[in-house]
Each structure stands twice: as C-alpha cells, then as structure tokens.
Design a protein around this ligand. Structure first.
Ligand code: OOG
Ligand code: MG
Length: 256
C-alpha cells in the first residue's frame, strides 16, 4: 500500500496535540526515510499554520547510550518550534505529554547560517554560544516503541526543552562532565564526549542532514546536540536539574 503522507502527518500532529498514543505506522505501512521526513515536515507545517515559530532543530541518536536504549542506530533530526521552549527553572505539566522522558544535552545558538558539508571549524565559526540543555522527549507511539521511519515521522520525539546559561563556544567542549539530579539525588552521570566524541560533530552532522532536506540552519537557530545518556521517565513531583562542567545548570519541575 502506498503511504498517505498527508493523512499520517495529521495523525501524528493530532496525537501530539491531544497527548494520545497511536500505533506504530510501520505496523501497517512501509515508509521510505524520505517519506518519513516529508511527514515530519507536513506535521510541523500544521503547527506553524497555528502560529508556532521555528526556532531550530534537534539531533537524535548521537550517543551510543541513546542508540542502545531505543534500538535505532542512525542519526536523525527533528524540527523545534517556540512552543517547545520551556522556562529554565520553571515547571511543565505532565498532562501535555503521553509518556515523557528526559535526557541531558548541550545546545548551540547560531550566529550565522550553516548548511551542507562543513568542517568542525566552520561549524564553530557559526556558533554564538553553547548552553547546558535538558530535552523532554515524548514518543507519540504506544509504549515508546518505534522503527527508524516511525520516529522520524514523529519529529524525532521532540516535545520540550529547557536551556541554561549561554557560554562562549571558544573552549574545549569535548569532555565536559554532566550530572543529572532528580530531587537532589543523582540520576545519571555522563560526558559531552558521549555525543559523537564532541558535540561540535553533532552540529557538523546537523548541517549536512538539513541540507539533504533542502534546508538551512539559520542565524538565531538553536541546535540540540543529542542526549549524552539514556533517557529516564518523568513523574509528577520531580525536580530535574542538569549541571554541565563549566557551562552551568538548567532545571525544571514536573507538575500534574
Ligand atoms: C528519539 C529521539 C532521540 C536523542 O537525543 O538521541 C534523541 C527518542 O529517543 O525518542 O532525542
Ligand atoms: Mg534528545
């Protein structure tokens, strides 16, 4: 059966809007990767039509820990809109999500456009600042299970993020300690080295991947480099904090 791209984009947009899980598309349809990205684009276009603004992109499966946790080993990306930005130190309502999880990342803020095949130095020259970031991922698929094309169509599980203080990117970023605490207790430890050996490599890959879809990373855009550790489930009452060595902290609380 040939996939109905428009219907699938509506299905995933509705699932995200109403926080209701749907069956994996791959259970009934065979999508190509290009079709999956087309569904992602159409579903995000629906958000933009409702007034959301594009603020950047996120990378996925840039660390072995994430690949192993989800059983997907290709780099993927998703589109970020302003409605996904949660206040640093603020609270999020669990009701907005199906089964949210959280993971420690770093975010880049661009000062110049970036697209195509670039060197790490060219990528760095496009960066205004770097910050600690927490990503809240939420698969719209039942049981948080998906294939590569399923997750790509579902905007790579993007749902929310917090960003801490912006720092100069002109420092070694390839082995900064990361610690996540939940209600003051250690939840996970990691290093930015887990992100492709250096999060800057994630930015290099981001530039290549958006170009494959005919897009550009714009000045002012945020790029999330990808989770450095496996993600953990969010529960009501959690106060989640990430501290990244030399970059600072970001946090949020989970309300009902
Ligand atoms: C897919 C998104 C992966 C990351 O940082 O690796 C991702 C998922 O795990 O649901 O955001
Ligand atoms: Mg992530």
């Amino acid at each position: 059966m040939s996939a109905d791209i428009t219907r699938l984009a509506t299905l995933l947009d509705d699932a995200a809007r109403h926080a209701t899980a749907v069956a994996q598309i791959s259970a009934t349809e065979t999508l190509t990767l290009a079709q999956a990205y087309e569904i992602q684009k159409l579903s995000i276009d629906k958000r933009l039509a409702r007034g959301e603004r594009r603020v950047g992109m996120k990378m996925g499966f840039t660390s072995r820990a994430k690949m192993e946790q989800m059983g997907v080993s290709d780099l993927i990306w998703g589109r970020l809109t302003h409605a996904m930005l949660a206040e640093d130190g603020g609270s999020i309502s669990k009701k907005r999500f199906v089964h949210p999880r959280c993971e420690p990342e770093v975010a880049f803020l661009l000062k110049k456009p970036l697209s195509g095949i670039v060197t790490p130095l060219q990528a760095l020259n496009a960066v205004e600042a770097v910050a600690p970031a927490l990503e809240i991922i939420d698969s719209r698929y039942q049981n948080f299970k998906f294939s590569l094309t399923d997750v790509v169509a579902d905007n790579s599980s993007s749902s929310a993020l917090t960003i801490g203080p912006w720092n100069s990117p002109h420092q070694a970023l390839d082995n900064l300690g990361m610690m996540v605490t939940v209600n003051g207790r250690a939840q996970s430890f990691g290093s930015t080295a887990a992100i492709l050996g250096d999060p800057l490599r994630s930015l290099v890959s981001a530039a290549r991947l958006v170009a494959e879809s005919g897009e550009v990373l714009e000045a002012g855009h945020i790029v999330m480099a990808g989770g450095a550790t496996a993600a953990f489930e969010l529960q009501v009452g959690m106060f989640v904090q990430l501290e990244v060595e030399r970059l600072g902290r970001t946090s949020f609380s989970v309300l009902e």
